[in-house]
Design a protein around this ligand. Structure first.
Ligand code: PMP
Length: 398
């Protein structure tokens, strides 16, 4: 009898289930709103990346519907052949203006951006220097390149300086060095010291690449992101990468930088060249999101006032909120079983916030990762504070 060649599928899933490392998919019945229906229960959404509530903003929805009327449901092609529409060009021009950059380029997703661009920026004979907590899409992008890699301790610029000095002594000399970091770290909510990283990059002639997926719409003037937050010049950060899937409320990755970067990226990134372009509805909704950020600064202001209130309340209640200075506030409980029970207790109390456990974070650093949302009312934030305090006391966390 021949062996079932797919037998490993069930076996490996069973192992994940047995070690409680499998994903149980939660289903939203309807839109992602401050109060969403999840698995049939109406709960306060406290872990979505929809920071500004733009995924349901009337201007974005109207733009998407109108684009279907004027441009159809799909683009019909990859961008380099017959899939570049006027809407794609408009979005890239609008984004570049918003970011204060010479040029921008839109990819299908943030993941496709990192996986497609990084292996083109560096290859054999080059070095990539990466923060140890960088996002998985950066890790995969680096793996796809043939460059050597060095990892520095999380957000530790002394360690980065050490790695750069060692690189300088390397023989034969590296052709190019790429320094790459997340802007805001998604599990901890801390901000990369991009000012010092950029200065070290300049001292050592390295390219500087920041993945600002969680900084856009959050940090900087009117949510322009981490480069704006640190008042850095465009020539100090060579690639500012981001996504439309979080604060912008839609989907799609992007980069901003020089015109040469844009042209290099679209001529060489395989994920861009070989994958169908965004449908008109997506592109038009992204343009509307840029409009909203430019015209309605109140969303970013409310995100921060809610964030300050929640962080203070969690601190006063005795929770460990780690190093976060952004709307991502981890409630670190330590043990992964405890984090799961806390998440379930919160769900019972009407708050949806998922546990983050090993291997996404260290074994003893399991947490509930909360993400603030500007669309919440003051009463909603109060509701969340009460629920966390109660769940924390019930389970002996505080
Ligand atoms: N980079 C970071 C830091 C992220 O958090 C994410 C989303 N999880 C991505 C890249 C990928 O973005 P996208 O959802 O657009 O693929």
């Amino acid at each position: 009898m021949t062996r079932d060649p797919t037998g490993f599928l069930r076996q490996e899933v069973d192992q994940l289930v047995a070690s409680e490392l499998d994903w149980k998919l939660r289903v939203l019945d309807g839109p992602s709103l401050p109060w969403s229906v999840i698995d049939g229960k109406k709960v306060l959404m406290f872990c979505s990346n929809n920071y500004l509530g733009l995924s349901n903003h009337p201007k974005l929805k109207a733009a998407a519907i109108e684009a279907v009327r004027t441009h159809g449901a799909g683009s019909g092609s990859v961008r380099p052949i017959a899939g570049t529409m006027d809407l794609h060009v408009e979005l890239e021009q609008r984004l570049a203006r918003f970011k204060g950059a010479e040029a921008s380029l839109v990819y299908q997703s943030g993941f496709a951006t990192n996986a497609g661009l990084i292996p083109q920026l560096v290859g054999e004979g080059d070095l990539v220097i990466s923060d140890e907590l960088n996002h998985g899409s950066i890790i995969d992008g680096v793996r796809l390149s043939r460059a050597e890699r060095s990892v520095y301790k999380h957000a530790d610029t002394d360690d980065l300086a050490r790695v750069l000095s060692e690189a300088e002594r390397h023989a034969p000399a590296y052709r190019r060095i790429l320094l790459i970091t997340d802007g805001v770290f998604s599990m901890d909510g801390d901000v990369a010291p991009l000012d010092r990283i950029a200065a070290l990059g300049a001292d050592h002639g390295a390219m500087v690449y920041v993945d600002d997926a969680h900084g856009e719409g959050v940090l900087g003037e009117g949510g322009r992101g981490i480069v704006s937050h640190f008042h850095l010049r465009r020539d100090q950060v060579h690639v500012e990468m981001g996504t439309f899937s979080k604060a912008f409320g839609v989907v799609g990755g992007h980069i901003s930088g020089s015109t040469a970067l844009r042209e290099f990226a679209f001529n060489k990134s395989r994920t861009w060249l070989l994958s169908g372009s965004h449908p008109p509805a997506v592109t038009a909704a992204c343009i509307a999101a840029v409009d909203v950020l430019e015209q309605e600064p109140e969303h970013v202001a409310r995100l921060w006032s809610h964030t300050r209130r929640f962080k203070q309340a969690m601190h006063d209640a005795g929770f460990n909120t780690g190093q976060s200075t952004t709307p991502i506030t981890p409630i670190v409980v330590g043990d992964s079983g405890l984090a799961r029970r806390m998440s379930q207790r919160l769900f019972d109390l009407g708050v949806f916030a998922l546990p983050i456990v090993f291997p996404m974070v260290a074994r003893d650093k399991a947490r509930i990762r909360t993400i603030m949302n500007a669309a919440l009312t003051d009463d909603d934030v109060g509701f969340a504070i009460d629920a966390f305090t109660r769940a924390g006391r019930d389970l002996g966390v505080v």
